[in-house]
Design a protein. Structure first.
Length: 194
């Protein structure tokens, strides 16, 4: 049986296309497995941080939690939360994510804010995003065992009801008689210094 020249060219091109599709499918599958593995690792690390935070929460105290309207500099007229974190445990904390809830008299959450107290006081650092080679990451502030860390954060999307209450009652603080609600601070993620 004689194979025509056109049939031979079609067969070679078809074989080439099929083999390229097979190779690209295998490469895509390998890339998919790697991405899935990275996502699983990331999810595992996140869950581990949450478990560590839940366990270590009993060693983190927030004795001076306070919300006010700023009165100086860039904070003037803006709602601010400040306080102190006290580490009564035995581990150095290198990274901490805290959630503060504003709770009314019926124990309902009316506002919550999540922040990193180890970041600069006026929000997140933009220096780490600048292309200067000697300023690549912000310095890590460690919370040593038995140590404390003072923090101050602007409440960017604070509801008007809370802002109005803060303006009326400068004594708005944890346990203050002028506020019917209370604060609840809890760590939601943390890493230890290794």
């Amino acid at each position: 049986m004689i194979i025509k020249k056109k049939s031979l060219i079609v067969a070679i091109i078809s074989s080439y296309v099929i083999s390229m599709v097979l190779i690209l499918t295998l490469v895509g599958y390998v890339v998919y497995i790697e991405i899935r593995k990275e996502n699983s690792t990331r999810a595992y690390e996140y869950q581990l941080q949450k478990v560590k935070a839940k366990y270590y929460a009993k060693f983190l105290l927030f004795p001076k939690l306070n919300a006010t309207i700023g009165s100086a500099g860039a904070l003037t007229g803006r709602p601010v939360i400040d306080g102190v974190i006290e580490n009564t445990g035995i581990r150095e904390i290198s990274d901490l994510l805290v959630k503060v809830k504003f709770i009314d008299k019926d124990d309902a959450v009316i506002y919550e804010v999540i922040f990193r107290p180890q970041e600069p006081s006026l929000g997140s650092s933009t220096l780490s995003q600048v292309g200067i080679p000697y300023i690549t990451t912000p310095s890590k502030i460690l919370i040593k065992p038995g140590g404390t860390l003072a923090f101050k954060k602007i409440l960017t999307d604070c509801p008007e009801g809370i802002v109005g209450e803060l303006k009326k009652n400068p004594g708005f603080a944890k346990g203050s008689a002028k506020w019917s609600g209370k604060f609840l601070a809890e760590p939601i993620s943390l890493n230890f210094q290794e």
